[in-house]
Design a protein around this ligand. Sequence first.
Ligand SMILES: Cc1cc2nc3c(=O)[nH]c(=O)nc-3n(C[C@H](O)[C@H](O)[C@H](O)COP(=O)(O)OP(=O)(O)OC[C@H]3O[C@@H](n4cnc5c(N)ncnc54)[C@H](O)[C@@H]3O)c2cc1C
Length: 431
Amino acid sequence: METRLYQKRLPSLGVYDVVVVGGGPAGIGAAVSAVQEGVSVLLIEKAGVVGGCLTIGHVSPISGDYVPNTVAEKINRRLKNGSTKLDLVHDFETAKVELTEFLEEAGVEVLLNTSVVDAIVENERIKSAVIATQKGLFSVEGKTFIDASGDAVLATFAGEEIMVGRADGLTQPVSIMFTLYGIDENQTIMCYNEVMDTPLKKGSYQTLCKQACQSGELPETVSVVRLYWNGKKGERLVNASQVNGVDGTDPKACAKAQAELRRQQKKIVNFLRNNVEGFENAQVKDSSDGIGVRETARVKGLYVITAEDLIEGKTHEDVVVHKASFAIDIHNPSGSGQAESTGLPVVPKQYDIPYRALVPLKSKNLYVAGRCISGTHRAMASYRVMNICMNVGEAAGIGAAICAKEGKAPSELPAKAVQQKLIERGVSLFD
Ligand SMILES: Cc1cc2nc3c(=O)[nH]c(=O)nc-3n(C[C@H](O)[C@H](O)[C@H](O)COP(=O)(O)OP(=O)(O)OC[C@H]3O[C@@H](n4cnc5c(N)ncnc54)[C@H](O)[C@@H]3O)c2cc1C
């Protein structure tokens, strides 16, 4: 056992059956799912509001079809007023309110403005998470922990094997998404992404973007300015800025990237104002609080999901998320646009996520959920989308609750125990 200076002196903020680190899509899915199994649950979130990318990250639409009868379905319905229109960008302010209420109604206890900064580990069991608050350092004890931090923070502190980036170590770029208002809907375009093009007075939108990237009117990493409609007249969500080579867990690198992304934001707005009919008076309404980090650490688990699994639509006996579906969407780590195609990325078949990918190799009381589960760089580029992360979280929450009740390690728990609970909830796993 490692000795830490503060170990003896830390006051405890409580003991819980299940402790979830990170209140993003995966963490919310996990926390609500665990509490539904009748255990006490604490959710620890470092930001001042829950939601992760789904709120403070200004990320939308919520991609990857949600599975019927899941926590993800409930969240989607709450955020979209019952609408099943999946391509609609959700309202971030509504999401802050709805997700807060959702957790409260379920009975999840939440800590905000609280970061997990270490773990006390004994005999490969996480005894407690060390948390940093404005009142100082505390410990939180748990029977089972779920790392849904996106960055695998708890798993890293627990000494798990961490995988980073592609073969050359590079990860997907960081971005800041923002919303524009003041767009004249009578003359403007509804263009979207890498392949949907629109003719403009000055030429095709796609060509204009590429030319502006070459001439320096747009940043050299921005060859496509993706515009999504959020259902509000005169507004567009913009997904375009990009800085490569940033370690999203390094505070100095994040601060530098943030400054560069804010500069890029100005350039992108000016490009749209000067080139696109209807955008002449566009202004930034709001944007993500910090930089949007697509990829950092992935935790090696009992199974490592590969892109080949996705492409062939591999099924698994220990499936806990069935018919997951999204493109292998790799924003270019060393250039602009997509890493593996000039247009839209490869869309795999519907695939399974196996229970083993949620179970790290070492710790006897830890699950991982969300974008940091066990998979390769290419596979993660698909299952990182928010509906899939919520579904993974739901499975981890069930597993954690059962392990806490039965005193089992995730590696000892048969996947069938989680599957049975999912099926009881009405979730389809084998059709
Ligand atoms: C720019 C960008 C565009 C994207 N576009 C889309 C899209 O169009 N559609 C889509 O579905 N997905 C998109 N994604 C991907 C998606 O948003 C993420 O992969 C997904 O949100 C991951 O969910 P998560 O719960 O694992 O992590 P996150 O959403 O990152 O949530 C993790 C949470 O953990 C908290 N946390 C981290 N460390 C600690 C700590 N030490 N202590 C306590 N709390 C901590 C964070 O504050 C955060 O709230 C995009 C991502 C980015 C960055």
